[in-house]
Write a protein that binds this ligand. Sequence first.
Ligand SMILES: [Zn+2]
Ligand SMILES: [Zn+2]
Length: 259
Amino acid sequence: MLFNYHTHTTRCNHAAGTDREYVEAAIAAGVKVLGFADHSPYVFPESFGDYYSGFRMRPEQFDDYASSVFALRDEYKGKVKILLGVEIEYYPLCFDETERFLKDRGLEYMIVGQHFTRNEHDPGAVYAGARHADDEAALSDYTDTIVKCIRSGKFLYIAHPDVIRFDGDPAIYEKQMLRIGEAARQYNVPLEINLLGYREKRRYPTAEFWRIAGEAGAPVIIGVDAHSPAHFADANDLIAAAREEYAAFGLRFAEESIL
Ligand SMILES: [Zn+2]
Ligand SMILES: [Zn+2]
């Protein structure tokens, strides 16, 4: 594995290990380009009150995150190229403000990790993997958001695009997911096969989604989604297994770093 743009830190409250341990583990796995993309803080409008999500860093933690990543970048120069990113939900109500906040502090890239649907922000939002997504309106709402993100040119790639759960007509699923695959091809924004989901045998990666993505000719990237430095140790084996499993879909994997 030469690159990974999906690495978390303990600031999101559900990952383990020091920032340095992630760097060391990634280097040991052969990584030459390492992107940290912890769960982004959000700058919510004042009308949201003092709401904070428990599974993301807070805005006041971002400077520490950035300075730690930049210090490691200097220290490991020549061994690995380290980048500062975030995994972020697209929340229309607070996106512009949040993007400004992050870029002012040195952010270098964003990946979309859209875990919720029909939401402007997390309070009251509906988890994309919940059983609710059995009607086309829910699915197309999710698809609209992802396609909009792809077209915006603001995101390096789309993390686990297949996180959405849909229990309805497979033809509807295919129609909607094809929209994502075709936008990804057209705008050359890779879709991520999520190695954490693969490792933990979650509902995603979903083979049916990747069959459709292959048909659409979408570019594909593998993201470790490391929530522990140990997730790098066997990543190469898992990547080989996933690629073999999906070989029949003719996926266009990124073989070289994209940033
Ligand atoms: Zn996470
Ligand atoms: Zn992640």
